[in-house]
Design a protein around this ligand. Structure first.
Ligand SMILES: [Zn+2]
Length: 191
């Protein structure tokens, strides 16, 4: 039996094979250059209970939403307080206050939007598909997001990815053209 990557249960229902992608961002003042490399294939499993819990969090995101919104609510309140207590004292404080308010509002809007979009996407899926997708999200949550300076992402190797062309892989997994080609070859056992 395979072990669940999240809780360690020995009766994992979902098994995944994935290809590791390492991305290094080389930033200068004008643009964001990326250096990308493909890593190894990995195998992992998730149990039904963890998948169902993850799906429940996605469909009923109230607690996650509150947790994610808190820092931005803090920034918003900070901005309002700075404006109230420093009004007319110095222009720099006014700018700081307004920046805090804007940053808070934009952050709150963006988080609500992302979480709602995901919830709607899952609400329209067949239950089995939604549970499998939630299991994949659960798998991603236990994999390293960074190794050294590299951002880590993972391409699931399943029926869907096997049917994809280079271009689809490039867009969906944010790959550089050469890396998408190489990934396609690796996924199809040609490299
Ligand atoms: Zn589990």
């Amino acid at each position: 039996m395979s072990e669940c990557g999240k809780c360690g249960a020995s009766d994992a229902k979902y098994s995944f094979r994935m290809l590791e992608v390492q991305t290094l961002h080389v930033r200068d003042f004008t643009r964001d250059n990326r250096v990308q490399a493909l890593g190894l294939f990995h195998d992992g499993c998730v149990c039904k209970r963890c998948a169902v819990d993850e799906l429940d969090i996605i469909i009923h995101p109230r607690n996650t939403l509150i947790k994610k919104l808190l820092p931005f609510v803090g920034v918003l309140i900070f901005g309002i307080l700075v404006l109230i207590f420093t009004w007319g004292i110095a222009r720099a404080f006014t700018v700081l206050g307004i920046a805090g308010i804007l940053c808070g509002i934009l952050g709150i809007g963006s988080i609500i939007n992302t979480i709602n979009k995901k919830r709607k996407e899952y609400a329209f899926m067949e239950y089995d598909e939604a549970e499998r997708r939630a299991a994949w999200e659960c798998m991603l949550s236990v994999l390293p997001k960074k190794i050294g300076d590299n951002d880590m992402t993972y391409i699931p190797i399943d029926e869907k990815t096997l049917k994809m062309k280079n271009g689809d892989l490039m867009i969906l997994y944010d790959l550089l053209p050469d890396i998408a080609k190489k990934a396609w070859n690796m996924i199809h056992g040609k490299e």
